[in-house]
Design a protein around this ligand. Structure first.
Ligand code: 13P
Length: 261
């Protein structure tokens, strides 16, 4: 079994213009430096709005900050008459490593379905980007079907269409836990993440299942991150609100200092 490097990812959603983005990334870097925490054992990634990416890239690369960065969405198409879309090719040229796909806010507010999310995942892989595929159940789904059925179905739909050795990240984000202050329990997160890993083993391969990072997202804070990270199938977090506070985000990144095995 491989050791999976934990990934702490900050999804900024539609927050911070490019000027604030630069100041904010500098603040995270200084805070971690002051705390003498080098992000080597933990991978740190930020997901700014499209308009900030070039500025964030320039800062991270020129100051060798060691953070990864990515986009919050991409087009299923590579180029052409798609007004308002952003091609994976352009994101790859900006050295984005990751792209979030199928976040519940896009599934709900932009009516994205499994077919579109699959097409976007394929586009990301075509351009060498690592898709962060988001899945999760609403509170209605939870009542009707339990926790795993919907996220498992959403992931299965995408994995049916991609190569067995694809590098992907999966983010389990129960919709009822996003921005609600009511996180899943670590045991709930573990159960669903284990079910998702089995889907990867069946649909792709056992090796890919072993190496794929599965993140939990939904009201993650510095006070609960360590309890999630103790779970065997939780390999990191996709953080929303708490990723907009540099000190709080830096504390989350430093979770290994608080995890007692
Ligand atoms: P919160 O951390 O604000 O609950 O958001 C989670 C999320 O949607 C990350 O993608």
């Amino acid at each position: 079994m491989l050791t999976r490097r934990p990934l702490i990812a900050g999804n900024w959603k539609m927050n911070f213009d490019h000027l604030r983005a630069v100041a904010f990334v500098q603040k995270i870097a200084w805070t971690l430096k002051d705390a003498k925490f080098a992000p080597t054992e933990v991978e740190v990634s930020v997901f700014p709005p499209f308009t900030d990416i070039r500025s964030v890239q320039t800062l991270i690369e020129s100051d060798s900050l060691g953070f990864a960065f990515g986009a919050q969405d991409l087009s299923p198409f590579d180029d052409g008459a798609h007004t308002g879309d952003v091609s994976g090719e352009f994101l790859a040229k900006l050295n984005c490593r990751y792209v979030i796909i199928g976040h519940s806010e896009r599934r709900q507010n932009h009516h994205e379905d499994d077919e579109l999310i699959t097409a976007k995942t394929k586009a990301a892989l075509r351009h060498g980007l690592v898709p962060v595929i988001c899945v999760g159940e609403t509170s209605d789904d939870l009542d009707k079907f339990g926790a795993s059925a919907v996220p498992v179905g959403q992931l299965r739909a995408v994995l049916a269409e991609i190569p067995a050795d694809s590098e992907i990240v999966v983010a389990y984000e129960p919709v009822w836990a996003i921005g609600s202050g009511q996180a899943a329990t670590p045991a709930q997160a573990q159960d669903v993440c284990a079910a998702l890993r089995s889907v990867i083993a069946e649909s792709l391969s056992p090796e890919t299942a072993d190496s794929t990072r599965i993140l939990y997202g939904g009201s993650v804070k510095s006070g609960n991150i360590a309890s999630f990270m103790r779970e065997k199938d939780v390999d990191g977090a996709l953080v929303g609100g708490a990723s907009l506070d540099a000190e709080e985000f830096a504390k989350i990144v430093q979770f290994p200092r608080h995890v007692i095995a």
